[in-house]
Design a protein around this ligand. Structure first.
Ligand SMILES: NC(=O)c1ccc[n+]([C@@H]2O[C@H](COP(=O)([O-])OP(=O)(O)OC[C@H]3O[C@@H](n4cnc5c(N)ncnc54)[C@H](OP(=O)(O)O)[C@@H]3O)[C@@H](O)[C@H]2O)c1
Length: 344
């Protein structure tokens, strides 16, 4: 099969479009023909070598796919060859961990493209129990934008942030892959949403997916605007995809007893904030990582009712995976880029 393979860490040019053996499905697993592969910023970090110290090379990145069943491993029932499916973008690999909830807390939890070969390929091999039937009615390209960003957004906003109808929620970087889903999950839960961008085109996009207020942090003060919007009180919950020096602003933008959900680190892994405002206000900082199959199931129900829509930036052939990573690294993506493994 063709795949975007890495044989070493490095710049975008380490992604090579090569022939590599098709994996065979282990007992209890399914071989999926990948019709479209979604991209995430995580894969840019993994390719650079800034997240895990080593892989058994050659390695294939990619957590997200929309595909169809190509072959069934021994003992797999309930799936038909050719049926449209969505593999979970993360699951435990050890059977002993299968009942742990949420799955992302399991010691053996990993992602396609991290602990096993990923979706930047014509085929992937995944456990049947972590494969969902795709009855969204959407194109494979649209579906491929969803799994990781949607499932982790449901976990962060609904389960960790505990967002409820009527809450006011801040989502940092609302035009990003993750942010665009977090805005829509919060809206689907009945919250009002303020989000941040750094250019006006991304601001228009953030409004189009339902943000009630968009703050361009290049020329507007985030905390001042949030306080104006909430009558001086602050938001109930902030979802922070950005980290670095932005996280302190998320803390300042929440109400007394409010919650910041730490989710990402695009602006840096080191965070400094004034502890006085934090504990005087009896605020909370919670981490959110990965998801459970229940999160993706809930998210896909919202997709089917039209409450959540895919945010497809553009479609590129898999042979241009390096270009996709360049665009991600340079923040030139609105929503998610999708790669087509079968395109010429
Ligand atoms: N916790 C989890 O389970 C989980 C799951 C998925 C992703 N993540 C993490 O979440 C983060 C976002 O991932 P993604 O795939 O959504 O990334 P993405 O689509 O590439 O978006 C990242 C966005 O961050 C914003 N940004 C970058 N540098 C910034 C800075 N210095 N200040 C303010 N904003 C900045 C940019 O938005 P603008 O240009 O619009 O400002 C950019 O579009 C990553 O750190 C990723 O590892 C975590």
């Amino acid at each position: 099969m063709k795949a975007a393979v890495i044989n070493q860490f490095g710049d975008t040019d380490v992604l090579k479009f090569e022939d590599i053996a098709v994996p065979s499905p282990k007992p209890g697993h399914i071989l999926i023909k990948v019709l479209a592969a979604g991209t995430n910023r995580l894969e840019h970090y993994l390719r650079e070598g800034s997240v895990v110290p080593e892989f058994p090379f050659p390695h294939i990145l990619g957590a997200d796919a929309a595909g169809e069943v190509a072959r069934l491993g021994q003992g797999v029932e309930g799936f038909d060859i050719g049926e449209r499916v969505i593999p979970m973008p993360g699951f435990p690999t050890d059977e002993k961990d299968y009942d742990i909830y949420p799955a992302s807390l399991a010691p053996s939890f990993t992602l396609p493209g991290l602990g096993i070969w990923g979706t930047y390929a014509q085929y992937i091999e995944v456990p049947a129990r972590y494969t969902l039937k795709d009855d969204t009615g959407l194109s494979a390209e649209e579906v491929a934008t969803l799994p990781m960003a949607l499932a982790t957004a449901v976990r962060a906003v609904k389960e960790i942030g505990n967002v409820k109808a009527g809450d006011k929620v801040l989502v940092q970087a609302g035009a990003s892959g993750s942010g665009s889903m977090q805005v829509q999950v919060a809206k689907a839960l009945g919250a009002e949403v303020v989000t941040t961008v750094r250019d006006d085109a991304k601001g228009e996009f953030a409004k189009s997916i339902g943000a009630d207020l968009v703050i361009n942090t290049r020329n507007e003060d985030l905390v001042e605007k949030v306080m104006e919007w909430t009558g001086g009180r602050g938001v109930d919950v902030a979802i922070d995809n950005v980290g670095g020096d932005v996280l302190a602003k998320s803390i300042d933008a929440i109400k007394a007893t409010g919650v910041v959900v730490a989710f990402g680190f695009t602006a840096g892994t080191e965070v400094t904030f004034d502890i006085r405002n934090f504990f005087f206000g009896q605020k909370q900082l919670r981490g959110s990582m990965g998801s459970d199959i229940k999160d993706l199931q809930w998210g896909l129900e919202q997709v089917k009712t039209g409450k959540i829509k895919p945010a497809l930036d553009r479609v590129l052939p898999l042979s241009q995976a390096a270009q996709a990573h360049y665009l991600i690294a340079n923040n030139q993506v609105t929503g998610t880029i999708v790669l087509q493994p079968w395109a010429e």
